[in-house]
Design a protein around this ligand. Structure first.
Ligand SMILES: Cc1cc2nc3c(=O)[nH]c(=O)nc-3n(C[C@H](O)[C@H](O)[C@H](O)COP(=O)(O)OP(=O)(O)OC[C@H]3O[C@@H](n4cnc5c(N)ncnc54)[C@H](O)[C@@H]3O)c2cc1C
Length: 485
């Protein structure tokens, strides 16, 4: 029976769920609190510059392709993809390591740094490819309802990989600290320290070195635009400036939502807004998870972000640049163990205009900078400025160029903005980490245990943080709704 379904939020997960539910014949209305769609993947446009406000790494192109294929479409119907070469650069104190667009090129770079490492790398990536196939074709497509979902013939013989960590695995094969950092980097997308992330997630290394780093021309927001066009073609109604202030429940069944003082009735409510926030829209008796529950979870980091327009092009910088010239473990400790600002932060610098001229006016450079920080840390203008100066000094010193004198404008985004813009718990940037205790059926549930016809999707649910998992999450919730109705 077709149902009327109200969806909160317009991030990747909400848009994906909206498309699948509309395709199944339901009447879908989507409500976003902000004035533009896309959730954390919103776009900032200023003086001819285009910035992706959140995600910028397009990994796992197969997941995006599968999404559009489910609707008889291709990603290329909506945007043009380019494989980046180099995929990215890693800046250490004494050299830049270049990650090329093929495993052969990367292996040669590894061999240059540690003799004998290229062969080990090939084996490491072969194993990662096997895990990738198990994960993407099977594990991540499970709705997280029961522990038995994880038990398959393939996982049963790899059970030790859920109890060992990525760090153990990488350090067993590679001794050079630079190579260790590079191989540990991909799991940072999953939100936890490599020493807390199960070795099974090494499939992220295949996503990195095996599948490569891609760029949609015009930026990641082009994917959102494609999904909006698809949703519109399927009849989804989308509303901005529409913060849901209450989920109305009667006799344990959701009835609809309140928005800007008026009631929108629906058979089903699905929230892609942050899980903790969504539960605060319910009376306490209808919430599944206590404040204590949330306090004890490991959240992905928050971030200090800068969007900067520069009046010239720069040498040496690539599209994606990781600044790993300070102590990786020390920075991770400040995020996960101490909850304080790092003294010498690692950071990420994205110059999309290096490979995509549409992202900045001619002869100018678009710079996006990200420092991962602990969720919930104090956020003041003075602190933001202090850290901007720190990373500019490092960038200038390592690249031998002046950046500061070429700034046309700069905008920042940090903990307070994550809270006010996205209702994010403690200002986390990308949800809850994929640690062993927060994997699969151990994550917050897609279906409320307390309120009938209330569902959840997004980076705090299964399978976890990141754009590809959010797309999959939207599909999983839509499947669950279709199955139950
Ligand atoms: C800075 C940054 C960099 C990242 N980099 C990458 C990357 O390079 N690659 C990658 O794969 N992933 C990256 N991620 C992670 C990725 O962006 C997220 O995992 C994904 O976009 C989350 O999608 P979502 O649908 O779960 O939630 P969101 O995108 O957060 O969408 C939730 C939406 O709900 C809305 N909302 C909240 N409360 C209400 C309410 N009461 N009523 C109505 N609407 C409401 C919010 O405004 C928001 O639009 C990054 C994230 C950040 C923040």
């Amino acid at each position: 029976m077709p149902k009327k379904i109200v969806i909160l939020g317009s991030g990747f997960s909400s848009l994906a769920a909206a498309c699948y539910l509309a395709q199944a014949g339901h009447k879908v209305e989507l409500y976003e609190k902000n004035n533009t769609l896309g959730g954390r993947a919103r776009q900032l446009k200023r003086d001819g510059f285009t910035f992706d406000m959140g995600p910028s790494w397009y990994w796992m192109p197969d997941v995006f392709e599968n999404f559009f294929n489910d609707f008889g479409k291709k990603a290329s119907d909506y945007y043009t993809l380019e494989k980046l070469n180099p995929a990215y650069q890693v800046w250490f104190a004494d050299e830049i390591v270049t990650i090329g667009d093929t495993l052969e090129k990367i292996a040669a770079e590894f061999e240059r740094i540690e003799q004998g490492s290229s062969q080990k790398l090939q084996k490491f990536i072969d194993k990662a490819a096997v895990n990738y196939n198990i994960a993407i074709n099977d594990i991540v497509n499970k709705p997280g309802l029961s522990p038995f979902e994880l038990v398959t013939p393939e996982t049963a013989i790899r059970v030790n990989q859920f109890f060992k960590t990525i760090s153990d695995d990488v350090r067993r094969d590679f001794k050079n600290e630079k190579l260790v950092s590079i191989l540990e980097f991909p799991v940072l997308f999953l939100g936890a320290k490599p020493s807390k992330t199960p070795a099974f997630y090494r499939f992220m290394n295949y996503a990195d070195f095996g599948l490569g780093t891609w760029h949609p021309q015009g930026g990641m927001h082009e994917v959102i635009k494609g999904m909006i066009a698809l949703a519109q073609s399927l009849g989804v109604e989308m509303h901005t400036n529409s913060a849901v202030s209450k989920i109305v429940v009667k006799n344990g069944v959701s009835q609809g939502v309140e928005i800007n003082g008026s009631f929108r009735e629906s058979d089903i409510v699905l929230s892609g807004a942050d899980y903790h926030h969504t539960e605060t829209l319910l009376d306490k008796t209808h919430r599944q998870y206590s404040e204590d529950y949330w306090k004890k979870r490991t959240f992905a980091p928050s971030s200090l972000l800068f969007y900067v327009g520069f009046d010239k092009k720069f040498e040496k910088v690539a599209h994606h640049n990781l600044f790993f010239d300070t102590d990786f473990d020390e920075h991770a400790r400040t995020i996960y163990d101490q909850g304080v600002w790092p003294e010498e932060p690692l950071f990420y610098a994205n110059f999309p205009s290096v490979s995509d001229s549409s992202m900045a006016p001619e002869g100018k450079e678009n710079g996006f900078f990200l420092i991962p920080i602990a969720p919930g840390v104090e956020d003041t203008e003075a602190l933001r400025e202090q850290y901007f100066d720190i990373i500019m000094a490092r960038l200038e010193n390592l690249s031998g160029q002046n950046f500061t004198n070429h700034i046309l404008f700069k905008e920042s985004f940090c903990v307070n903005d994550f809270i006010s813009e996205y209702n994010s718990y403690k200002g986390n940037a990308y949800g809850m980490a994929n640690t062993l205790r927060q994997t699969a059926f151990l994550r917050p549930k897609l279906k409320s245990k307390k309120v009938k016809n209330l569902y959840f999707t997004g980076q705090l649910t299964v399978p976890g943080p990141g754009v590809p998992p959010s797309l999959i999450s939207g599909k999983l919730t839509a499947q669950l709704i279709n199955k139950n109705n």
